[in-house]
Design a protein around this ligand. Structure first.
Ligand code: GRF
Length: 204
């Protein structure tokens, strides 16, 4: 089957094995998995989650993707699971709804190879505690006329790394955090997989 991703296969001349870190519903993970399903150079090799009950784990199971459940202590005070990631020969990490700060060791090990998606136009509405509906509530409270998504490299601070991609949507007077969340989710699903592919293609 011809997919969007297949069309670009010829521009990817090396192989990538992605780990998706996600602890929520996993709708972005699902879109990414689907997008790269038939890509012979980019494989979703591992789903990493700190929540045993996360929706993303079902998606991993349905797609036969191995799962790694991580624990706080080992993540922050141990080896940040670098050995496990290396064992799975992971080359790139995508955060999609992962709320823990990424430890320095992991950032150093995967320098410029960890990206995140944030549901607002950073640098506004980022940082600790700015996730999910908290973001959309703040945007509406401040009567912003637009919001959007930011895809960025991950550094040692929350939502602070170099921006890769942003796109916007209108915030209407009658928008609620829930209606805005829907608009943002649409943007995420529409752009995240494609942006990942672009980054990997440029990285090669
Ligand atoms: C997305 O809104 C993303 O921007 C944020 O966490 C959410 C994850 O949603 N970082 P899902 O689990 O992919 O549905």
């Amino acid at each position: 089957m011809e997919t969007e991703s297949n069309k670009h296969n010829q521009t990817v001349n090396s192989n990538h094995r992605l780990a998706i870190f996600a602890s929520g519903a996993g709708s972005n993970a699902a879109k990414i998995i689907d997008y790269f399903k038939h890509n012979t150079h980019i494989t979703i090799a591992l789903i990493v989650s700190n929540k045993k009950e996360a929706g993303v784990l079902k998606i991993a199971e349905q797609n036969n993707i191995p799962v790694l459940i991580i624990e706080k202590e080992q993540f922050f005070k141990g080896d940040a699971y670098i050995n496990a990631l290396n064992k799975s020969t992971i080359t790139f990490i995508v955060l999609a709804g992962f709320l823990w700060k990424v430890p320095q060791q992991l950032i150093t090990s995967f320098f410029n190879k960890i990206i995140n998606i944030h549901p607002a136009l950073l640098p506004k509405y980022g940082g600790k505690g700015m996730y999910g509906n908290f973001v959309h509530e703040a945007v509406i409270q401040n009567k912003e006329k637009e919001s959007g998504i930011t895809i960025h490299f991950v550094n040692e601070k929350y939502d602070d790394g170099k921006h890769i991609f942003q796109t916007t949507c209108n915030v209407d007077e009658n928008d609620t955090p829930e209606t805005l969340a829907k608009k943002i989710q649409l943007l995420e699903h529409q752009h995240f997989p494609e942006q990942i592919e672009k980054i990997l293609t440029n990285n090669l």
